[in-house]
Design a protein around this ligand. Structure first.
Ligand code: G1P
Ligand code: ZN
Length: 541
């Protein structure tokens, strides 16, 4: 087998963001684009020779072709073995598990997560390190540096491999092990959770609807929820992964999973509803008539995790991303365990999990997970909820009410201003950053600023620091707003504004009503109308 060296040249903009390199699919399909980035990954980790990797993706448009390219390049770079899911499918948490289980040198995951798929939609490539987690900033920075000096890459000219059935194949000197994407992950879930209690719950008439949104979790949810736990066939909907996710936006939130939300708020609602995203790491939890915000879900899971066998010994600590509400901190305080506040992006939890400082982590963006893998895990969150419901024998609404009575409630909402011209978005953020020092004491509408800063994080494990991680503004009376620019967008800039109001004794008013004074104060002090010409967000979650 002769290795081909292909002359190339640096391509601008191959800088990984919050979650790998994400671009429009057509950009990835340009000559050399994917190849350059994959070679940059290998170059950034000291080459691929003799190494073992996991490769898989969420099945979106271009997934299959990209996997064949990566396999050829891995073989040409001298890799010893690649594990790949059947048909190139692997959910992000399952890929993380396979990396850890097989002690590989890392993995390449193809996904643009919850962004739509298709030739005119989004694609992405992400490298996970041997601990199973997304590459930390030091590693992604090396990839970007490598991409800037790249002059060639190596590949083979071989026909596509048939990845349709599990088994062992060869590509040049490299072994390609095609594995069932579900089975190892399923075994891990069976160890963590009390499947018998959950089977009992479902046998007793408890009903559920899991919306896989035509994304990668379909086969996982079918096997576990309908197969292992005995939920009636049809409990998992939109279960077949499609390259364009059926034309939908595979993002499990009340906006994009609206059919499920409508069902859950209707007279025909099952007891429990859930959804997951494109690559299976996000989740939405909703009870009959009761939506659970991701921030509350993290807090409830932390407070009740000991009811599942995998967490029976209690938690070492709880970590949340900075914009996530402080609800989990209150649980950690009550449990007498540590709580951590990290920048946005799952990669910041890796060190805390590796060091045994945190057991459960979560982000307001529908991400929850634990130390069982090094990614957030949508189905894991669903199963932990079901395990808790099976033990407590209460409804989702009852569990939430009980939680708020005990800990108080953090009313919470995120507003996204998408596709803002990049210069305007930066102008708004820079202006606000410049004002922070003078804000305390100033009053906007009904609210007076008590404190304001720009978030920096000092990693307690490796001592690395990350700056410019978002603007935080606190107000008298328990309100907080956070503003930051998205690091995963593919067009223009997205300004995310996060609103939170704590009430010790929840008033029961709607989230919208509770947060209105805060929203008005922030829109005014941020000069949204003046700078971006918009005060109404495109998406509210
Ligand atoms: C978004 C979410 C963040 C999540 C990331 C990857 O990043 O806000 O919590 O980790 O997607 O799923 P952002 O676009 O805000 O940078
Ligand atoms: Zn995702």
């Amino acid at each position: 087998m002769t290795v081909e060296t292909v002359q190339s040249a640096p391509i601008e903009g191959q800088k990984p963001g919050t979650s790998g390199l994400r671009k429009k699919t057509r950009i990835f399909m340009q000559p050399h684009y994917l190849e350059n980035f994959v070679q940059s990954i290998f170059n950034a980790i000291g080459g691929a020779a003799g190494k073992r990797f996991v490769v898989g993706g969420d099945g979106r448009y271009f997934n299959k072709e990209a996997i064949q390219t990566i396999l050829r390049m891995a073989a040409a770079n001298g890799a010893h073995e690649v594990l790949v899911g059947t048909e190139g499918l692997l959910s992000t948490p399952a890929a993380s598990h396979l990396i850890r289980l097989n002690k590989t040198n890392g993995g390449i995951i193809l996904s643009a997560s919850h962004n739509p798929g298709g030739i005119d939609e989004d694609f992405g490539v992400k490298f996970n390190t041997p601990n199973g987690g997304p590459a930390p900033e030091a590693v992604t920075a090396r990839m970007f540096e490598a991409s800037k000096v790249l002059d060639s890459y190596v590949t083979l000219s071989t026909p596509d491999l048939d990845l349709g059935t599990p088994g062992k194949l060869r590509l040049g000197d490299m072994v390609v092990r095609v594995v069932d994407p579900v089975s190892d992950y399923r075994d891990l879930m069976a160890k963590l959770f009390d499947f018998e209690a959950m089977r009992g719950l479902l046998a007793g008439g408890f009903t559920l609807c899991f919306d896989a949104m035509h994304a990668v979790t379909g086969p996982y949810a079918k096997t576990i929820l309908e197969g292992d736990l005995g939920a009636p066939e049809g409990s998992v909907i939109n279960a077949v992964p499609l390259p364009d996710f059926g034309g939908g936006h595979p993002d499990p939130n009340p906006i994009w999973a609206k059919p499920l939300m409508d069902l859950m708020m209707s007279g025909d609602a099952p007891d429990f509803g859930a959804a997951s995203d494109g690559d299976g790491d996000r989740n939405m939890i909703v009870g009959r008539g009761a939506y659970v915000t991701p921030s509350d879900s993290l807090a409830v899971l932390a407070a009740n995790a000991h009811l599942a066998p995998g967490y029976a010994d209690g938690l070492a600590g709880v970590a949340r991303s900075m914009p996530t509400s402080g609800a989990a901190d209150r649980v950690a305080d009550a449990l007498g365990i540590a709580s951590f506040e990290t920048p946005t992006g799952w990669k910041f939890f890796g060190n805390l999990l590796d060091a045994g400082k945190a057991t459960i982590c979560g982000e307001e963006s529908a991400g929850t997970g634990s130390d069982h893998v090094r990614e957030k895990d949508g189905l894991w969150a669903v199963l932990l909820w079901l395990n808790i419901l099976a033990v407590r024998k209460q409804s989702v609404a009852e569990i939430l009410d009980d939680h708020w009575t005990r800990y108080g409630r953090n009313y919470y909402s995120r507003h996204d201003f998408e596709a803002v011209p990049s210069d305007k978005a930066h102008q708004l953020m820079d202006r606000l950053a410049g004002m922070l020092a003078d804000l305390p004491g100033q009053t906007f509408g009904e609210l007076t600023v008590s404190k304001a800063d720009e978030f920096s994080y000092l990693d307690p494990v490796d001592g690395s620091s990350s700056h410019n991680q978002g603007l935080r503004i606190w107000f008298d009376g328990g309100a907080r707003a956070v503003l930051r620019l998205s690091g995963t967008g593919t067009e223009g800039a997205t300004i995310r504004v996060y609103f939170e109001q704590y009430q010790d004794a929840p008033s029961g008013a709607s989230t919208e009503a509770v947060l209105r004074p805060l929203r008005e104060a922030v829109l005014t002090l941020g000069a949204f109308e003046h700078i971006v010409g918009r005060t109404t967000p495109g998406v509210v979650t």
